[in-house]
Design a protein around this ligand. Sequence first.
Ligand SMILES: N[C@@H](CCC(=O)N[C@@H](CSS)C(=O)NCC(=O)O)C(=O)O
Length: 292
Amino acid sequence: MFKFRFMIRRPSIYARTFHLSSFSPKSINLPLKSQLGSYSTSSQSQQKLFFRQLFETESSTYTYLLADFSHPHKPAILIDPVDVTVDRDLYLVKELGLKLIYAMNTHMHADHVTGSALIKSKVSGSKSIISKASGAKADLLVEPGDKVHFGDLFLEVRATPGHTLGCVTYVTGEGPDQPQPRMAFTGDALLIRGCGRTDFQGGSSKQLYKSVHSQIFTLPKDTLIYPTHDYQGFTVSTVGEEMQYNHRLTKDEETFTSIMETDLKLPYPKLMDKALRANMICGLQDSTSVAD
Ligand SMILES: N[C@@H](CCC(=O)N[C@@H](CSS)C(=O)NCC(=O)O)C(=O)O
């Protein structure tokens, strides 16, 4: 009988590890290599990963489903699930025979209600995850350097504050058994050719500039960028592409700050009040707590 094993330990680099188990290969299709550092041809480790990008149209949110498809129990995670598309996502999980273990958030969203609490109520044994710095409640509160394991694959946690104080980027692991190229789930810190706004929830344009340059632009250029939103229909980019073409983050810090603080003039998200209230407790809209 399959059993969850949550390993939260601090190895030598003071990072904690959230674990499950191991696997064997299965092939997926990969696009052609391009000059700006994009996709590699298939490698053993890439073939172990099942990956699907899912979209929620009202808030233009991407949810990501990742699984260790080769493990006998196919442990899976959802990154940034949305409440209104939870049933669709769970249908897919079930159809593919995956075992969902984590519903993870890159940050406390202001424009939609996270699906993580709903998922917990529908998938026995699944756990919600958000950063400790977000100030929100969840089963597991991750910190920079932590590793979140699903099978033999893992995501590392990088702090990328600036859009909100508690924003993190989840990056697929480094190593021979991990997917190549690496993949970065940047939340709203880095969007394709743009970035998250910095005008509420502890946002700071200076901090966002530093986060992206120090934590994302230092990744290999072929690292795939998967943001939580896109408002133009783009689906994926790379570190190399964004370093060259991002409309805001290619500028110097002063120009970036001026764009963010004076030029953007975005209206507040329509669902902001409802979303922030609910997302403090991972999307629950009653008084039940998700964590002790
Ligand atoms: N119109 C949408 C909200 C649009 C928005 O503000 N998006 C945020 C991310 S969700 S808080 C953002 O950072 N946008 C950056 C940009 O440049 O667009 C709604 O009403 O929900």
